[in-house]
Design a protein. Structure first.
Length: 395
């Protein structure tokens, strides 16, 4: 994925990535956006296939929503690519104007010399002091500048053709941008309809989900900070896993030694041996503002902070279960997704959250949207409470 490569370059330095408007950086941004667009298109196609093969309505709805979220991210990447193209065209047009200005200088000097000569009749010029010197100067100007003007005229035709071509490409990029924006609006409307249906279905189900949400809010109020909240949720998740691993009721064995042999053969779950959830994707596509391990005023960064486009679609990095969703002091709206075997993803900085505590997610499920002004989305991946570089597991 292009955005992952771009994020990795910034994160590897452990520094905040500056905004670079050099030609090379513009070309790299365009290439990254195009790669992200292709990756989102592939994700959407995969989710659509999985939705068609789903065994029940809940699985089908989850994958349809993930497919739409991927289509939205595809359109967002298309918008980023179109804007990158337009920025490159603007830079080329500015360079072309500078070149035309330099090449017009011989013409300006020639015209000035001719205007000066035309103000005085030739007969009168010969009789005035310094007139011979002026005539010699004029002839020198004509001798030097006319070949330059002739050569410049040929170059001018070429550059004017280039200017017309740039204008044509600019119009095409503008049309592509409008088409991507229209596609984005349509996909967002479709996703909003799906989310409305899901909320109504969840509301009618009621019961345990609302009680779990109340417990999550209580934990948020009691936690000293965001790390404390994640730790409490991790402990609750570990307890659920231990309870789920307990064996169910079994018939008493005929011989005591049979019970001992069954106990010896029973597998012991180990979170330490478990690998990270796969597939694991970034919640948004965007420029890396802060890399993993970058120095900050509060210490080293525990995750990645990305700058997506305004109102960008935010998705779940991997399959899991929502254990917290809502505002948290100093972090805007956040979502905490519990994965299997002690892995947890924390996504902060959302402007809107579209999931509820207890929701089961697939990798790519829509979580909400980024802010419409100066959006910043932070992703933290933890295993048993310890921060892990998300880029080590993205693909």
């Amino acid at each position: 994925m292009g955005s992952i490569a771009f994020c990795a370059a910034a994160a590897a330095t452990g520094q905040n990535a500056p905004v670079d408007d050099s030609p090379d950086a513009m070309r790299e941004a365009l290439a990254d956006a195009l790669q992200e667009r292709e990756a989102a298109e592939r994700r959407s196609a995969r989710f659509e296939e999985e939705a068609a093969e789903a065994e029940n309505a809940a699985q089908r709805a989850a994958r349809e929503a993930a497919a739409l979220a991927a289509r939205i991210q595809q359109a967002e990447a298309g918008i980023t690519a179109a804007r990158a193209r337009m920025a490159m065209i603007d830079r080329q047009q500015a360079n072309l104007r500078e070149e035309l200005g330099r090449e017009q200088q011989p013409v300006v000097e020639l015209i000035a010399a001719l205007q000066q000569a035309s103000r005085r009749p030739l007969a009168l010029s010969v009789m005035q002091p310094g007139s011979v010197k002026d005539i010699v100067y004029l002839r020198a100007i004509l001798h030097n500048r006319i070949p330059q003007v002739q050569a410049g005229t040929r170059d001018l035709r070429t550059r004017l053709d280039r200017a017309r071509e740039l204008r044509r490409v600019e119009l095409a990029a503008t049309e592509a941008l409008r088409a991507e924006e229209a596609e984005l609006a349509a996909r967002r409307e479709e996703l909003a309809e799906i989310e409305t249906r899901e909320r109504l279905a969840a509301r009618s189900a009621g019961g345990s989900a609302s009680r779990e949400a109340e417990r999550a809010l209580a934990l948020a109020e009691e936690a000293r900070d965001l790390d404390g909240l994640v730790d409490e949720l991790d402990r609750a998740a570990a307890l659920r896993e231990r309870l789920a691993a307990l064996p169910g009721p079994r018939l008493r064995p005929a011989r005591p030694e049979d019970a001992q042999s069954e106990a010896d053969a029973a597998p012991v779950p180990s979170a330490a041996r478990a690998s990270a959830p796969t597939p694991y994707v970034l919640p948004v596509a965007g420029r890396t503002v802060t890399g993993f391990g970058a120095p900050q005023h509060s210490g080293l960064s525990r995750g990645l902070t990305l700058a997506p486009i305004a109102g960008a679609q935010v998705v779940s990095p991997a399959a899991g279960r929502v254990v917290f969703a809502g505002p948290y002091r100093g972090y805007g709206r956040i979502v905490i997704v519990e994965h299997r075997a002690g892995w947890t993803s924390l996504i902060t900085g959302l402007a809107r959250v579209d999931v509820n505590v207890g929701d089961d997610l697939v990798s790519g499920s829509p979580l909400g949207t980024a802010a419409s002004s100066d959006p910043r989305i932070t992703l933290e991946l933890r295993q048993n409470g310890e921060p892990v570089n998300p880029l080590s597991h993205t693909r």
